[in-house]
Design a protein around this ligand. Structure first.
Ligand code: ADP
Length: 453
């Protein structure tokens, strides 16, 4: 049964059910027609006995049997007995001996030689003449008369069952066609390793209704493929970006080592080379830490714990701590603004923006953080009076590993160009967005919005 196709299994169950229906209907009809036929036979026997009884009379004490008397007709034997049991007229079926006492107006079965007979007696009492018994005898045949009809019904039922099994199979096959299409599409995707392929829902609609289980399955399947394709593309791009970023410091370290090894040993040269190697190794280490943070962020985005939290309160606490590090931070936080968010992710977004404001700012620069609610949107603005970003860079700063001036990373700034990409992902997860406006030499303003209660 396990290796059988669903189509065949459905048809088999369906066929079995049809057969069961045929058997039940036939047994029911058989029983019904048998009992009807027996009833009809009894009625005929009764009528025949009554009729024949009406054809008996006495004339001067002599029994006269009228010409209308029918001794045998239609399988019914009618016999006339005297009160003492002497047979006066009629005969029993050949070779049969009905040895049963008389009972007035009683229909009884009697078995002789394995054959069942109906016996019906009628007593006729005369005022002045002797009492007579008229007995009717008829062999019982349950299906009598109904037999041919029953077999015709049985034949039609079987034919009907076969027909409905056949038609049922065709309908099942038609209904299962989209599954075959889905399987084929999945197979094509698998063989071609092409995640951009989709199951053509248009073709499925041409096959039938567009909102049934199979169409929903195809849509879910397509959604799953799109998600897989996205994350696959993302991984691919990320690995390629990361290896690109790792290539420069590694190449510089190798070149410095080669250069130092090729020159005669000189303390100053060696020191210079070591300083470069140290700087590049630091860069690698920072990059490594950022990559780790980024992959961790990916994971925490997948397992984000959304809760209703007081954003104003969170910012007050956070800014109080940050002010110890960056005294130039000033705040204007509107109280009581609540959002549905993951606390840790939100902290990471805010800290990132604040660190950027100071790390890309002027020495002794300032930063202003404001939070207010506009309708159902919480709006966070972080503004600085730093170096600003030129228009040609403004759209690119959101790309992974993008840095306007990578040379700065060699100083106390410890970024790798992943911070803003992370911020954008976090904002999107919370149903919000993040944008930037900036003027070179004047400062930048980052706006982050998200739904508020
Ligand atoms: P990084 O780790 O380099 O800070 P980010 O993704 O956070 O990476 O930022 C990308 C780039 O955008 C930075 O390298 C910097 O050039 C620019 N940038 C970000 N924030 C600011 C800011 N407040 N002022 C000036 N430039 C900024």
């Amino acid at each position: 049964m396990k290796t059988m196709s669903i189509k065949l299994r459905v048809t088999l169950w369906y066929g079995l059910l049809m057969l069961l229906v045929v058997v039940v209907v036939f047994v029911f009809l058989f029983a019904l027609s048998g009992s009807l036929a027996r009833n009809e036979t009894r009625q005929r026997l009764l009528r025949m006995v009554e009729y024949n009884a009406g054809n008996l009379m006495f004339d001067d004490g002599i029994l006269i049997i009228d010409d209308g008397y029918i001794a045998f007709s239609n399988g019914i034997y009618t016999l006339v007995y005297a009160e003492d049991g002497a047979l006066l007229a009629g005969r029993l079926p050949p070779g049969v001996n009905i040895d049963v006492s008389f009972e007035d107006s009683e229909m009884r079965p009697f078995i002789f030689d394995g054959v069942t007979y109906h016996v019906y007696d009628r007593q006729i009492v005369y005022e002045t003449n002797p009492t007579l018994w008229v007995r009717g005898v008829q062999q019982i045949d349950g299906t009598e008369g109904a037999g041919a009809l029953l077999y015709a019904v049985l034949f039609s039922l079987i034919l009907l069952a076969c027909l409905s099994i056949g038609i049922g199979y065709l309908i099942t096959r038609h209904a299962f066609r989209p599954i075959e299409d889905i399987r084929r599409a999945a197979d094509d995707i698998n063989v071609g390793r092409d995640l951009s392929q989709r199951i053509s829902i248009g073709e499925l609609i041409a096959l039938g209704e567009g909102h049934d289980e199979l169409h929903r399955l195809a849509k879910t399947f397509n959604r799953m493929l799109a998600r897989l394709e996205d994350s696959f593309e993302f991984e691919k791009q990320f690995i390629s970006d990361a290896s690109h970023e790792l290539r420069t410091p590694t190449a510089v370290i190798l070149a410095q080592c080669d250069d130092a090894l090729a020159q005669p040993a000189d303390a100053d040269n060696l020191r210079e080379a070591l300083e470069v190697v140290h700087r590049q190794a630091e860069k690698l280490s920072r990059l490594n830490a950022q990559l780790l943070a980024f992959t961790r962020l990916e994971r925490s985005i997948e397992t984000a714990q959304m809760e209703q939290l007081d954003l104003s309160e969170l910012l007050e606490t956070l800014c109080a701590e940050m002010q110890l590090l960056y005294p130039g931070l000033q705040t204007d936080i509107h109280p009581g603004i609540t959002v549905n968010a993951d606390r840790d992710l939100l902290i990471r977004l805010i800290v990132n923006l604040l660190q950027n404001a100071f790390q890309h700012g002027k020495p002794g620069g300032h930063c202003w953080l404001t939070l207010r609610q506009e309708g159902t949107t919480a709006l966070l603005v972080i503004k600085d009076d730093g170096i600003g970003i030129a228009p040609e860079h403004l759209t690119k700063i959101w790309n992974r590993f993008y840095q306007v001036n990578p040379a700065r990373s060699n100083g106390e700034h410890n970024g790798a160009g992943l911070g803003l990409a992370m911020c954008r992902q976090i904002a999107a997860l919370h149903g919000g967005e993040i944008t930037a406006v900036s003027e070179l030499g004047q400062g930048s303003e980052f706006h982050s919005s998200m739904p508020a209660f």
